[in-house]
Write a protein that binds this ligand. Sequence first.
Ligand code: RB5
Length: 146
Amino acid sequence: MKIAMGADHGGFSLKEIIKKHLVEAGHEVLDLGTHDTESCNYPVYAEKVAYAVADKDADLGVLICGTGIGMSIAANKVKGIRAAAVSDCFTAQATREHNDSNIICLGERIVGPGLAMRIVDTWLEASFQGGRHQTRVDMICDLENN
Ligand code: RB5
């Protein structure tokens, strides 16, 4: 899979760890920054990754900031994006299966690297279940069109 990644200074270190993990697992990673721990603004990277996914330059996206929350709020402003801030494996699986999330957002200040890698693996291995969940995702898409 081609996975777009982005982080602010609060998520940079975890981005590097997850990137290495994904590349070792055979994925292609599109790293859209940031590239160091200098203070920066998370919406810049949320926008880059959200458009990469929305424009189909990448299959899915991973965004990391201090909490994952700012990234998810920003990414969800982009049409077609369903970004979920997650800090456990149960919700990682559920948000793929039920919400068809196309970006996962993690908080470097919330989850350690071992759990973060497990969360991302769980999310990537899960699949959207469709059916009644498709109806609900369609309703979310309708909200975007109004
Ligand atoms: C940066 O200090 C921090 O606000 C940011 O990484 C993120 O947690 C915002 O939601």
